[in-house]
Design a binder for this molecule. Sequence first.
Ligand SMILES: [Ca+2]
Length: 375
Amino acid sequence: MMLRRELVRDMRLSYTAMKQWSLLLVLLACSPSSGSPPAQPAASQPAPAVVARNLEVPWSIAFAPDGRMLFTERSGRVRVIENGRLRAEPLYVVKDVAQTGEIGLMGLELHPGFAKNRLLYLSYGIECGGRLVVDVVRFRETGTALVEPRPIVRNLPAARFHAGCRLKFGPDRKLYITTGDATDREIAQDLSSLGGKILRVNDDGSIPPDNPFPRSPVWTYGHRNPQGLAWDPVSGLLFETEHGPSGFDGGTGGDEVNIVEKGKNYGWPVIHHRQKHAGMEPPLLEFSPAVAPASAAFWKNDFYFGCLRGEHLHRVVLDPQDRRRVLREETLYSNLGRIREVAVGRDGALYFSTSNRDGRGNPDASDDRIFRVAP
Ligand SMILES: [Ca+2]
């Protein structure tokens, strides 16, 4: 009897603590994302032109020095647009791609020396020994095909959800790779795991000697599912977008924009939303409810990213004097459904893709599409 009374008291205490904790979380979640006012619809939105239609989840876009646009479709195709026309035949098809949930053919990036060496990188999910992993594979592009596949980073932790995997070369000519926590949240804090990280490798997959952790490709850690990377042309800072906890992780929202710096810990799963913890970096911007940021690019010195759940293109105007300070946020193109990739062409135009055929959208007859906004 005594034992039961103590148990009830303990339960009440923990319930009270839980209530206080929930209230704190709600307060944190409702706090504005930064010192700036909430995002407003942009005052002027130049009409975007359709560049390609009837696509299947265009995930990643890159521009060759010869003017061609190359992009991935999540189902495994690498496609080409040249002279304004979509080539009917894919440049390459990843035959063994594992496409389920959020995983499939994802990242595409060209080597900074592509004009001479024709090296192209893809990241995609495959099944290996009954489990899902992501490989980063380097190819040589011939103009009509991809040849000489060479995996440079293998067996990244993956799952149907939270599989990353964005590829971007930095101004330092190193390849940066975003990896998700593969729904195994604890690995994000585990420096021996490559999940929940931003990795930095040489163009052949070897580890640069100036990485923060000896003999490790890990650049930063404590990430949940980062999918956007872009370097600010003004400051050189690396901006990242990341999906916050939702669904089975509990809560909603907590999507992040972070400034990513060598060796730092971005908190997941110890902190999320706008929680603070010694030795961990709070986000620059936090979004509740979720917008599901899927990409990142700088255009005319503003920071842009596509929003899947948020169904718009998001613009962040930064202080020209202090690039860690947000002046204002705007939403654009809120009438096209889910927006995934955003990229700047060699023609100075902004390109972005819809993601209405990814299983979570309401595609119309012409989805998915790639749009161009004139410079
Ligand atoms: Ca974080």
